[in-house]
Design a protein around this ligand. Sequence first.
Ligand SMILES: *[C@@H]1O[C@H](CO)[C@@H](O)[C@H](O)[C@H]1NC(C)=O
Ligand SMILES: *[C@@H]1O[C@H](CO)[C@@H](O)[C@H](O)[C@H]1NC(C)=O
Ligand SMILES: *[C@@H]1O[C@H](CO)[C@@H](O)[C@H](O)[C@H]1NC(C)=O
Length: 483
Amino acid sequence: MLNVPVTMLLQLIRGVSGSMDKDGICHCVVYLPNNAIYLQQLEQLQNTAQELMGKYEQELSRVSEYAHAIEDQENQVLEMNSTLNSRNPTFLASSYEFPAFNLLRLELEGAQELVAQLKTNRRVSGVSDLLHELQSQVANASLTLKLLAESDQRSFRALRQEVDVLESRLHECEREKEQEETSIHPDPPLSPGSCAHGGLQKVSRPLVVQLNWRGFSYKSGAWGRDSAPSPASSLFWVAPLREDGRYFDYYRLHKSYDDLVLLKNYEQWKMGYGDGSGNTVYKNFMYFNYYGTSEMAKVDLSSNSLVLRRPLPGATYNNRFSYAGVPWKDLDFAGDEKGLWVLYATEESKGNLVVSLLNASTLEVEKTWHTSQYKPALSGAFMACGVLYALRSLSTRQEEIFYAFDTTTGQEHQLSILLDKMLETLQGINYCPLDHKLYVYNDGYLVNYDLSFVTLKSRPPAKRPSGTQAPPKAVKHNKGSRT
Ligand SMILES: *[C@@H]1O[C@H](CO)[C@@H](O)[C@H](O)[C@H]1NC(C)=O
Ligand SMILES: *[C@@H]1O[C@H](CO)[C@@H](O)[C@H](O)[C@H]1NC(C)=O
Ligand SMILES: *[C@@H]1O[C@H](CO)[C@@H](O)[C@H](O)[C@H]1NC(C)=O
C-alpha cells in the first residue's frame, strides 16, 4: 500500500523482534510509523539521488562531446596550419611576430592534454573541475581564433598591395582605352591660340625630343616655344642652367622645330644674370628672375639686350619658397592666350602660390590672385587660358596635375590628370597656346606633351514653346513611334 522501496523497509524491519508459532511460522510485528512525513522525506531523498545520478551521467556524456568538439577544432587548426605553411613557409617560422597564432597553438595543445586526461580519468572524481577548465580553455581558444583573424594583417597588407597594383593597372587600362577612343573619334582640332574649350582634359604621353645641347650634367633649365598666341612667332628656345642648378647664363634660339631637332641654325647668347629655371619667352622677349633679387628682367631676343628690370612687389626670392625638387625657382614666368603671368609666393601669403598678370611692356602688376596651395608643396605650375594648373609629384615616374585656379572666375577646383615622366624632376614647364603643348625640361632632357581640352558640345536648341507641352521623345528602337 505504501509505495516505500524495499530497501528502506528492510532497514526498518532490521532489529524488529519476531516469534515463532507452533507450526514453525515466524511472526513479527512491524509498527510502521504512522508519521507519513518521515516516509515522504525518504522518498524525496531517493528521488534527489536519482536525479543527481542522471545529471552525473549527463555531465559525463557532455565531457565526451567536448572531447569530440576539441578534436574537431584541433583538426581544423592542423588544416589551417598546413594551408598557412603551404602559402608561406616562413610565416610560422617567425611566429614571435605573430603572437596570436602562437598563443592559439599553445592553448590548443593544453586542451589536447586535457582531453587525453579526461579520456583516462572519465570515471574518476574531479570531472567537474576538469570540465570547467576545459570550458574556459575552449572559450580562450575561440577568443584567440578571433584575435588571429583580426591580427592577420600581414596577409591583409599583401592583399591590399595586390589590389593597389590591380587598381593602377585598371586606371592605366582606362587611360589607354580613352586614348584609343579619341584616336578613333578625334575631336575637331582646337585652332591655334583658341580658348573655346572647357578646360584641361588630359595630357599625352611624353615625347622626348633630345638631350639639352650642353649635356647630361645640365640637369636644370627650361625650354619652350614663344608663348605669344600669334603664329607670327615660331621661336624655340633652350636655356639650360649651370650645373649648380641656379645660375642662368647661356641660351639658344632656333627659328623652327626642325632646326632645334637637328641642332642647326641657332643663335647662342650669353646672358649671365638669371636665377633659376622660371624663365619664359613671350612675344620675342625673354622674362626671368634677376639673380639674387626679387626683380623681374626682360631681354629683347633679337639683340640679347636687357631692356627692363622691375621688382615684383612682395615676392620672396633666393630660394625662399621654391617648388618641391626645383630650387631657385622663386619667380616662375608663364605665357598663355591671356597674356604674361608670374607665379610666386610672398611672406603675406605664407608661402602660398600667388598669381599676377603682368603688363608685358612695363612689367607692372595688373592684377593678383591668391591660391590656397603652398608653393613648396607643388612640383610646378603653368597657365593655359587664364587658368593656373598646379602639379605635384606622385612618384619618380608620374606627376599629377591636381589643382586648377581660374583667374576669370576666381574659383579653384581639384582635378587629377596624370602625366608620365622619363626622369624624376620637371624643372621647367612652359605652355604654348599655338600648338597646345607643354614644353618640359626633364632632368636635362627636352620633352613635350600634347594637351587635350574638354570640347564644348554645341547643344541643339531645345525648342519648347511656352504653354505647350514638350512633344514625347521618339523611343530609340521604335522607329514607328513618331506621329
Ligand atoms: C604547424 O606546421 C609546422 C610546420 O609543418 C610544424 O612544425 C608545427 O608543429 C605545426 N603546428 C601545429 C600546431 O601543428
Ligand atoms: C584563459 O585566458 C586567460 C587570459 O589570457 C588566462 O588567465 C587563463 O589562464 C586562461 N585559461 C585557460 C584555461 O587557459
Ligand atoms: C601696359 O602699360 C602701358 C603703359 O602704362 C599701357 O599703355 C598699355 O596699354 C598697357 N598694356 C596693357 C595690355 O594693359
